[in-house]
Design a binder for this molecule. Structure first.
Ligand SMILES: O=C(O)CCC(=O)C(=O)O
Ligand SMILES: [Fe+2]
Length: 440
């Protein structure tokens, strides 16, 4: 029996383990064929693969992957983002992250966490540089100037930004259409695309430690060019277990984030993921985030009906991001704070019914041992859930108060970055657990 937490934070009890969709299987040896139709497939179920050259055949796979997993590996996209551009970009990114700290600090935030993040004493393994919106050539230009990028570096970054933006448009439109939403109506061309390059200074002492804590991405879609040599990235599978995203050359990982869940009225899964230090090497990744509509984000009317009542109240990405930061709910839990009052009431009534059933049936001794065990488990889950809801609600109230003095909140969100020189990292000597990083 499994207790399974759905993306609406409700708990369902499954009598047998859920099986991930069987559509997606990978060959054990390589991805050389770049197809998931190979008949010699391994039996292991794993992260879905979407072949970008195989649309519209892939439409149902795309939707299944986005609903069940909230992520997929993308293959055969090189007509848009060539392999040479990916490796050129990787080289540029490495050299930018190797710049002296005084230069990297010129990369200031536009929104909290969009600029340079220095290693800190709490999290000495991680640093990042970022651009608020790679869909804006002015933003990309500014980033290049801040870091004194050479003409070659500038050109590579510009070409990469354009290619990733095209990929976002194509994937986003396919996703919308496969959900029955007309892609022309969503204005996706105007959504900002945050860009972040991440460096993990993994050392022998840090093996086994977290590089980035469990989180969901707060935006709509993420395109991740993960390190092709150094692993460590893990995503939560359909049974809520973390599984490694083994580095496969010439593939990208696409994640769906919190805004996709709101926009789709809860149909698209915001995948939880994390980075663990597996080996003592420098790991570099390039993450691009399509954040979502600039104005209000709310469930699409096409996806709200009697069978799918509206789950989320309207919000803006900016407000949601601030709420995630101030509540430190980084793994999608903050979405519960956007639940419509009707749905919150439903959750409470469900909890109430479960408690009553457990107490009544337990008292009347009309059930056998295993039934009682099951009911007790329900009770335990209910109590935990009510506790979580209470904590989240109190965080929301705090958040609302804090929003009233939003200037102060902004300052608070831009956490002080205590830069420490590389030679002073004391990895392995004390716990450099986790600070809450401002993940996109
Ligand atoms: O470095 C990675 O592979 C993942 C980074 C990530 O999840 C993020 O930047 O949101
Ligand atoms: Fe992420």
């Amino acid at each position: 029996m499994l207790l399974h937490k759905t993306r609406h934070n409700s708990i369902v009890i499954q009598l047998s383990p859920p099986c991930p969709p069987r559509l997606y299987k990978q060959t054990t040896h390589s991805l050389a064929l770049h197809t998931n139709k190979n008949s010699n497939m391994a039996t292991k179920c794993t992260i879905p693969i979407i072949d970008f050259l195989d649309f519209p055949n892939q439409t149902s796979n795309l939707i299944a992957a986005s609903v069940e997993w909230g992520c997929f590996r993308l293959i055969n996209f090189h007509n848009i983002l060539p392999a040479t551009l990916m490796s050129d970009m990787k080289a540029v990114v490495r050299s930018l992250l190797d710049l002296p700290v005084e230069i990297k600090q010129r990369n200031i935030d536009v929104i909290a966490g969009s600029g340079y993040m220095a290693p800190t004493s709490i999290n000495p393994l991680y640093e990042a540089l970022g651009v608020y919106d790679i869909a804006s050539s002015a933003d990309v230009d500014k980033f290049c100037s801040q870091l004194d990028a050479s003409p070659h570096q500038r050109e590579t970054i510009m070409r990469y930004a354009e290619a990733v933006h095209v990929l976002f448009m194509r994937i986003g439109k396919k996703l919308a259409e496969s959900l029955g939403v007309k892609s022309e109506s969503i204005g996706i061309e105007n959504w900002p695309c945050l860009f972040r390059i991440n460096k993990y200074n993994f050392t022998p002492q840090s093996v086994g430690s977290p590089g980035v804590q469990i989180h969901t991405d707060s935006g709509f879609l993420t395109i991740l060019q993960y390190d092709e040599g150094v692993g460590g990235l893990e995503v939560m599978d359909t049974s809520d277990q973390f599984i490694p995203v083994e580095p496969w050359p010439d593939t990208l990982l696409v994640n769906l984030g919190d805004m996709a869940t709101v926009w789709s009225n809860g149909r698209l899964r915001n995948v939880k993921h994390r980075v663990q230090c597996k080996e003592a090497k420098i790991r570099v990744s390039i993450a691009s985030f399509l954040l979502g509509p600039r104005e209000t984000v709310e469930p699409r009317p096409e996806l709200v009906d009697d069978d799918h009542p509206r789950w989320y109240v309207p919000t803006t990405y900016e407000d949601y991001r601030k709420m995630r930061l101030s509540t430190e709910l980084q793994a999608g839990e903050a979405l519960a704070l956007l639940h419509t009052p009707t749905n919150v009431r439903k959750l409470w009534s469900l909890n109430y019914v479960t408690v009553m059933l457990t107490l009544n049936i337990g008292n009347e001794r009309i059930c056998n041992g295993s039934c009682l065990l099951l009911l007790n488990l329900c009770l335990l889950v209910t109590v935990i859930k009510v506790k979580m809801l209470e904590t989240n609600l109190s965080k929301m109230i705090t958040f609302q108060n804090v929003m009233e003095v939003s200037k102060a909140e902004d300052a608070k969100a831009r956490k002080e970055k205590d830069v420490i020189p590389a030679e002073e990292y004391k990895m392995g000597t004390k716990d450099y657990d986790l600070e809450v990083l401002e993940m996109a």
